[in-house]
Ligand binder design. Structure first.
Ligand code: CA
Length: 231
């Protein structure tokens, strides 16, 4: 799955280098030269991850990081700070402002990609290409295949994304609005009952191997994917 990464970096050469490498790694790249541009892009489309330079003209990266973390809509977006500074107190300040990781310049493209992967794995595992297995249910993001106890299951594209999200976020209850944000994207306007339609289809797709029981309806709250469903 292609992830959208916003690069906020005022030095054109570094921005270009990062953008080229991220595109090459299969990511969709959005670029901003300062905090204001970044906010405009974020308002239009919530990125899956933000790479944020510390020293920016105008509002600093750290100021933007704090404002992203205090806003309900952007609070959960994984954030990696880029900086030329290596001092320990800067690292602490960055992490306290809500950054998930911190990369000191100069860094190699290889290191950057590895750090992004690690942060996504921790913060948004549904965006990685790791195979997910819960009991005998197996989902492979690379081949887009789902199987139950070794038997292939036919799952539609939206149901696949929904299942991927559920399998990487077991036990937690998600409201329909939260599922729409996470699976459909927050800039997409879809009615909440659409979620019910796709839950129904997903259950039906998992029924042949009995894995539909993983998906529990939580009355008045939403849905939960149980790692060990009640018999
Ligand atoms: Ca800079």
């Amino acid at each position: 799955m292609s992830t959208t990464i916003l690069v906020v970096e005022d030095e054109p050469a570094i921005q270009e280098l990062i953008a080229v490498n991220l595109s090459f790694a299969g990511h969709k790249v959005l670029r901003a030269f300062d905090a204001e541009q970044a906010q405009t892009l974020i308002r239009a489309e919530l990125p899956d991850l933000i790479l944020l330079d510390w020293m920016l003209p105008g509002a600093s990266g750290i100021t933007l990081a704090r404002s992203l973390r205090s806003d309900e809509r952007t609070r959960q977006v994984p954030l990696i700070m880029l900086t030329a500074k290596g001092a320990e107190h800067d690292k602490v300040e960055g992490l306290e402002a809500g950054a998930d990781d911190y990369i000191t310049k100069p860094f190699s493209p290889k290191e950057l990609i590895a750090r992004i992967k690690a942060v996504l794995r921790r913060r948004a595992p549904q965006l990685t290409e790791d195979i997910v297995e819960i009991g005998t249910l197996r989902l492979d993001p690379v081949t887009h295949r789902v199987s139950g106890g070794g038997n292939p299951l036919s799952v539609g594209p939206t149901e696949f994304r929904l299942l991927h999200f559920f399998m990487t976020h077991t036990e937690r209850v998600f409201s329909r609005a939260q599922l729409l944000d996470q699976v459909w994207g927050d800039h997409v306007f879809v009615e909440e009952r659409t979620v019910d339609v796709h839950i129904r289809r997903l259950r039906k797709a998992l029924e042949p191997t009995g894995h539909d029981t993983h998906i529990e309806t939580v009355r008045g709250a939403g849905y939960r994917f149980a790692a060990q469903p009640q018999a």
